[in-house]
Design a protein around this ligand. Structure first.
Ligand code: TXA
Ligand code: MG
Length: 330
């Protein structure tokens, strides 16, 4: 499913940052060093690029991604910082800390990148190349660790190439990463909550907050080595208000239709509203549209959202997984 591409390798430099920024702007995938681990970057606003990123990682599910930005002031445009978040960002950014915050209305980051959640994970990395790239690109870059799903996070360009050669457009070689483990993730949605231990010690964060962090769980269920700490602290996936009817082979006049492919389900002409994940039956396009279409149909006020069957190969597995979760009783 992931189209074979010619993977270029460049040594980290100011010129390489410009090249990498151009590649991202064109919808490409760029693996680059950060101070923690290598990230696999895509333009956070470009749903198709984000869908290709999930395909390249071979993620069995759409876990929400961290959006990387150059500065705190750019981050403030994407998310709402409460007092605790401000304090942590001012103290530890740039650096190996990721904050999960409420999305700002009009946040340009793709719904697919945040897996349809109302929150967003943000990080300002300190690595010189990562900063050059983010400044050159000027927009948020989503970047999960640049390994195939289930493998450990890469700390050298060779690790990235071993996993992703032929599926990413560009790999930037910046040598070994300094920290070597992923960033620490703290949610500041109400009480500051540690979602993933990482490169910044819990004690340092607690000292700045003047309070203990409660332990939560990151939304990852299947990726890598990151085990949930204490289930149930955060809502872990997007759930629409309107009930979903999966594998629908027809649609009623009181229902909205989430279609897939050229042939619409019988009844579509009379349905409350129809959105098509991909008319040409392309699973990457379907993934890119999944969360935004669900949101739009949820707002229609139909009694149900009928969802046509989506094939299970490639990204179809993750699409079906998310549809099933969205359809589960809340
Ligand atoms: O050090 C790092 O953080 C590296 C470098 C490349 O920046 N990135 C990284 O990304 O480790 P990834 O995708 O492998 O891990 C991101 C974690 C996932 O476990 C995901 O569940 C969690 O962040 N996450 C992202 N958005 C979230 C949200 N809105 N709520 C809760 N957890 C979230
Ligand atoms: Mg990872």
């Amino acid at each position: 499913m992931s189209v074979d591409v010619n993977t270029r390798v460049l040594q980290a430099s100011a010129e390489a940052a410009e090249t990498a920024a151009e590649c991202l702007a064109a919808g490409g995938l760029v693996a680059f060093p950060t101070e923690t681990v290598y990230g696999l970057g895509a333009d956070a606003r470009n749903s198709e690029a984000v869908a290709r990123l999930y395909a390249a990682k071979g993620r069995p599910s759409f876990n929400p991604l961290i959006a990387h930005v150059a500065t705190l002031s750019i981050a403030r445009r994407l998310a709402v910082f409460d007092a605790a978040a401000e304090k942590l960002a001012q103290t530890f950014w740039p650096g190996p800390l990721t904050l999960v915050l409420r999305k700002q209305p009009g946040c340009p980051v793709s719904d697919l990148a945040t897996a349809g959640l109302d929150s967003i994970a943000l990080r300002v990395p300190s690595h010189a190349f990562a900063r050059d790239l983010l400044l050159a690109f000027g927009e948020p870059v989503v970047a999960p660790s640049a390994n195939r799903s289930g493998h450990v996070s890469p700390t050298r360009a060779e690790h990235v190439l071993a996993d992703l050669c032929g599926v990413v457009d560009l790999v930037i070689d910046g040598g070994a990463t300094e920290v070597g483990v992923e960033s620490t993730i703290v949610a500041c949605l109400n009480t500051p909550t540690l979602l993933r231990p990482g490169g910044l010690a819990r004690g340092q964060i607690e000292r700045v907050l003047g309070a203990r962090l409660i332990s939560g769980v990151e939304t990852t269920t299947t990726d890598d080595d990151e085990a949930p700490l204490a289930p149930g602290m955060l809502r872990s996936h997007y759930a629409p208000q309107t009930r979903l009817r999966l594998n629908a082979t027809d649609v009623g006049p009181d229902e909205a239709l989430l279609a897939f492919g050229m042939q619409l389900a019988p009844g579509a002409a009379a349905a409350r509203r129809v959105f098509n994940l991909s008319k040409r039956g392309d699973l990457i396009e379907a993934a890119a549209n999944l969360f935004s279409h669900l949101r739009a149909l949820d707002a229609v006020g139909a009694t149900r959202i009928a969802v046509m069957p989506v094939p299970r190969e490639g990204l179809g597995e993750a699409i079906n997984d998310r549809l099933q979760r969205a359809a589960a009783p809340q």
